[in-house]
Design a protein around this ligand. Structure first.
Ligand code: GLN
Length: 283
């Protein structure tokens, strides 16, 4: 008979052999999901025997994780800015760094009533929903090229009781999208990994996350250029553009923004002291 403790030990040994980072944490997250409890609660239940159905499900989860499937796709959700966001392979898994993007916008915002915000490439809806939750008087538009992503983002907004988001399935590259609208803030965490760097990423990313959400198939800067251009006639004068950026991109993105008529450009570092967020004001 397998107890919670022996199941955790077996799973983390297996993950360790597979070269998975934080093997024990992974083992705990998966088992806690099956037992419908918090990770730390497992520590109070070490001697509890597992039912046959639980063992079977755990076996399946372990096998999937052993093939490098991200733990968030296996359990079907992740935490972002204190909210539970459901995820599936049609969307990028929200990252903790992106919470700094949300935090920066919330810190910079002076007026919130009727503020119009556009989130370009909204994916699971994490940024829009975190903003919508914290700015109930703002009007948010979430734009994504993927219909499946928009569906999931809509579901996530409902799940988190956020009602001030308008979801639009489309691309900034197609002519005329949102041309009748003006926003106070535009935000994007675009695909910023270059085609050269892409193959070097973790297997979890290259094998499972949507490639179009991770790389622009060029130099990693394509979307900063496109969005900066696109933004010019969709942003009110004095409106702000906020981006998440990749390591080493701040100087390039700053020039792109300056060339496109932005000023007062600021950079915010992440927890590892890497330039991660950049924002500027339209003159
Ligand atoms: N906006 C989503 C996020 O920040 C998706 C971004 C993307 O797919 N590049 O996680």
């Amino acid at each position: 008979m397998l107890t919670v403790l022996s199941a955790l030990t077996l799973a983390s040994e297996y993950f360790e052999k597979k070269g998975i980072t934080s093997p024990r944490t992974n083992a705990e997250i998966l088992l806690a999901n099956i037992l419908n409890c918090k990770r730390l609660d497992l520590y109070l239940r070490f001697d509890q025997p597992l039912k046959e159905t639980e063992v079977e499900l755990y076996r399946q989860f372990i096998a999937r994780r052993g093939k490098y499937e991200p733990v968030q796709y296996i359990v079907g959700n992740t935490e972002f800015y204190g909210l539970t966001i459901d995820v599936n392979p049609s969307v990028l898994i929200p990252r903790p760094e992106t919470e700094i993007l949300v935090e920066t916008i919330l810190n910079q915002l002076k007026v919130t009533v009727g503020t119009k915000i556009l989130d370009i490439g909204s994916g699971s809806g994490n940024i829009s929903i975190a903003l919508g939750k914290n700015l109930p008087d703002a009007e948010i538009t979430s734009l994504d090229i993927s219909e499946e992503a928009i569906k999931l983002a809509q579901h996530n907004a409902n799940k988190n009781n956020v009602c001030n988001i308008n979801f639009v399935n489309g691309s900034i590259i197609s002519n005329g999208i949102l041309s009748d609208q003006q926003f106070d803030i535009i935000v994007s965490n675009p695909p910023y990994v270059s085609i050269e760097e892409y193959p070097e990423l973790q297997k979890e990313i290259t094998m499972y996350e949507p490639v179009n959400a991770v790389t622009d198939n060029e130099d990693g800067l394509k979307f900063y250029k496109k969005i900066s251009e696109f933004t010019m006639d969709r942003l009110v004068n004095g409106g702000s553009l906020f981006f998440e950026i990749g390591m080493g991109q701040s100087t390039h993105v700053s020039s792109i923004m300056t060339e496109n008529g932005f000023h007062e450009i600021n950079v915010v570092k992440d927890y590892q002291q890497i330039d991660r967020i950049i924002y500027g004001i339209k003159k």
